[in-house]
Design a protein around this ligand. Structure first.
Ligand code: IDP
Ligand code: MG
Length: 170
């Protein structure tokens, strides 16, 4: 059935969610026996990653402030990135997250409960990100996670020789 499709989606707990200690509440709200976490990591976001993630908003007048927000300049310089997999995961998680505008978000959603509009920057500090559709989910998962950071690779992969210097424990 078309309405029972297994999907993967990217969730970010944004810097305001982390600094306000909302991680537990958010993970509980997203928790469902039918939905699995496929990858999770705490990320110090680079400007390059932030701008790529929000590339669809680059012409908006709030873009620079949005980038500062996701870089953590107003809260804490980290984001918790998660990949969830489950039936209709994209739509279901968007519903749990709530509408983009915190005042329009239903009070029982994550954004409705915890979101606010920053009065100086006018940025919607809405606590979580969730991919909007399958195309965005694929692009965003590939942007935030390497294949070997997920419990299974989800999308096709290829091997490449690199000369990159990597960091190891001494
Ligand atoms: P979404 O996060 O619900 O998918 P997008 O339109 O993709 O919404 O916007 C990305 C993020 O940019 C939002 O979550 C919010 O933090 C911020 N944002 C979106 N629209 C506005 C706006 O009109 N004013 C201020 N911030 C906004
Ligand atoms: Mg979006």
């Amino acid at each position: 059935m078309a309405d029972k499709k297994v999907q993967q989606t990217l969730v970010l707990i944004k810097p305001d969610g982390l600094v306000k200690s909302l991680t537990g509440d958010i993970l509980s709200a997203l928790s469902n026996p039918k939905r699995k976490i496929m990858g999770a990591k705490i990320v110090r976001v680079t400007r390059e990653l932030a701008e790529e993630h929000y590339q669809h908003l680059k012409d908006e007048d709030f873009f620079d402030e949005l980038i500062k927000y996701i870089l953590g300049e107003y809260h804490t310089k980290r984001v918790l990135a998660l990949v969830y997999e489950g039936e209709n995961a994209i739509k279901e998680i968007r519903k749990i997250a709530g509408a983009t505008h915190p005042e329009e978000a239903h009070p029982e959603t994550i954004r409705g409960k915890y979101g606010r509009i920053h009065s100086k920057t006018n940025v919607f500090e809405n606590v979580v990100h969730a991919s909007a559709d399958e195309k965005d989910a694929e692009r965003e998962i590939k942007l935030w996670f390497r294949p070997d950071e997920l419990v299974h690779t989800i999308f096709p992969t290829e091997s490449k020789e690199t000369t990159k210097t990597e960091l190891f424990w001494k």
